[in-house]
Design a protein around this ligand. Structure first.
Ligand code: SR1
Ligand code: MG
Length: 410
């Protein structure tokens, strides 16, 4: 493993140098549909007249284009210098593009078949060019459409294991750990996530988006002493635990699903943080998808999501064990701690996706008749994951969550 880790690191440095652009630095300008076509011309081997672009995501902090040439298309993602939610007045640095490009490169070396392929990065313009997978849809969409895609969850388990082993506790060399921690510090985006996940939902924050029918329960979250204490312990871990180079935002919208392929993208929140953040987000978003189907009575599909969760976790544990270089008791300790924290981070993530700023489309898109019970169930499950007894078995924690959900839906 040490040899392969070293090779990955060397490969990473080599390809990183290749990808870093050699264009002269220009002052930053926001791309639009016209200028992105100019920019993309050299990647598309097409005449300017054959190139057209569309904005596929006008996000809060990025603008993402699909640019079509004569034969192929590419994705161009540009970091914006502000947080759109607050107008242009909330200024953000554009360092996240550098973080995303470097993390995509590094994780791409660890799981080349899973992580999105970065073709080019321009630091001055905060622009990245990625491969396009025009026929793939996000895992969230796939779950919402009741697709069966059993290859996805085990691939995500393998991806998380590759991260844990190669950038986390499996990486024993202190110098490399130090350099990873230095290269992927706690960034401005981490601070934004910290406040959106662990703080805002528990105070009267203008960033919260709470539907009127949830007013009572939202207030009760703010008065639940046990929940608030656990949340501040989780916040502390999020900010201070230096364990692995995590994706940082591994929800089902950060994964693309193809016929036989799984692709992880959107690594701008990456930092050297707790491994359980990634596994917890996977737990949370599968559970939210499960809740959305459960309230609609889609019993069969709920079973399929249960299997997905189980195969995610089994694949993770299997690959970690396979590659682990330390002793058995260290492995057991790592997994035991990870399970406890995974369940807790999952609960925090579920709560904030109901009453915080960024919601989950699985739940928000439900018709009125189902939405309120799904939201309440998600809050109940989230609260119990955060404040319940430590999870000594993650599949058991999932089962408990599901029993609580099925009980509250009954
Ligand atoms: C851009 S800030 C809103 C949220 O979207 C991302 O997916 C992160 O989860 C963040 O909290
Ligand atoms: Mg994102």
């Amino acid at each position: 493993l040490k040899v392969s880790t070293l090779n990955h690191a060397r490969q990473h440095v080599r390809s990183w140098r290749r990808i870093q652009n050699s264009r002269p630095p220009m002052s930053y300008r926001e791309l639009d549909e016209a200028s992105v076509c100019e920019f993309a011309q050299e990647f598309l081997r097409s005449a300017r007249s054959e190139i057209r672009a569309e904005v596929i995501e006008e996000g809060n902090i990025n603008r993402v284009f699909r640019v079509h040439g004569r034969e192929e298309s590419i994705i161009v993602k540009q970091g914006l210098p502000y947080f759109r939610m607050a107008g242009r007045s909330w200024v953000l640095s554009r360092h996240r593009s550098r973080t995303e490009a470097a993390a995509a490169q590094l994780h791409g070396g660890l799981a080349p078949d899973i992580v999105t392929r970065l073709r080019y990065f321009d630091g001055a313009q905060s622009v990245m060019v990625f491969e396009d997978l025009p026929n793939d849809i996000t895992w969230r969409r796939s779950l919402m459409r009741e697709n069966l895609a059993p290859h996805v969850a085990p691939s995500i388990g393998r991806y998380c294991a590759a991260v844990a082993i190669n950038t986390g506790p499996g990486l024993r060399d202190d110098i490399k750990r130090g350099s990873l921690a230095h290269s992927f510090p706690y960034t401005e985006l981490c601070a934004l996530a910290e406040s959106l996940i662990f703080v805002a939902p528990y105070v009267d924050s203008p960033s919260n988006r709470i539907e009127p029918q949830l007013g009572d329960i939202a207030l009760s979250l703010r008065r639940d002493r046990g929940l608030l204490d656990s949340m501040s312990a989780l916040r502390y871990k999020f900010r201070n635990e230096r364990e692995a180079l995590v994706h940082g935002d591994l929800h089902t919208g950060s994964v693309l699903v193809g016929a036989a392929k799984t692709t992880v993208f959107d690594l701008e929140f990456a930092y050297f943080g707790p491994m359980a953040l990634d596994t917890g987000f996977v737990f949370a978003h599968l559970c939210l998808a499960r809740i959305a189907h459960s309230v609609q009575g889609h019993v069969e599909y709920c079973r399929s999501i249960d299997s997905s969760f189980s195969s995610f976790w089994k694949s993770f544990a299997y690959h970690v064990e396979l590659e682990w270089t330390g002793g058995k008791s260290e492995l057991d300790d790592f997994l035991a701690r990870l399970m406890i924290d995974t369940a807790r981070f999952a609960g925090a993530e579920m709560i904030r996706r109901i009453v915080g700023f960024a919601h989950a489309e699985d739940i928000d898109s439900l018709p009125d008749a189902f939405r309120s019970s799904a939201q309440r169930a998600a809050l109940a499950v989230g609260r119990s994951l955060v404040t319940g007894p430590p999870a000594d078995n993650l599949e058991g924690a999932w089962k408990m969550a599901i029993e609580l959900l099925d009980g509250s839906a009954a």
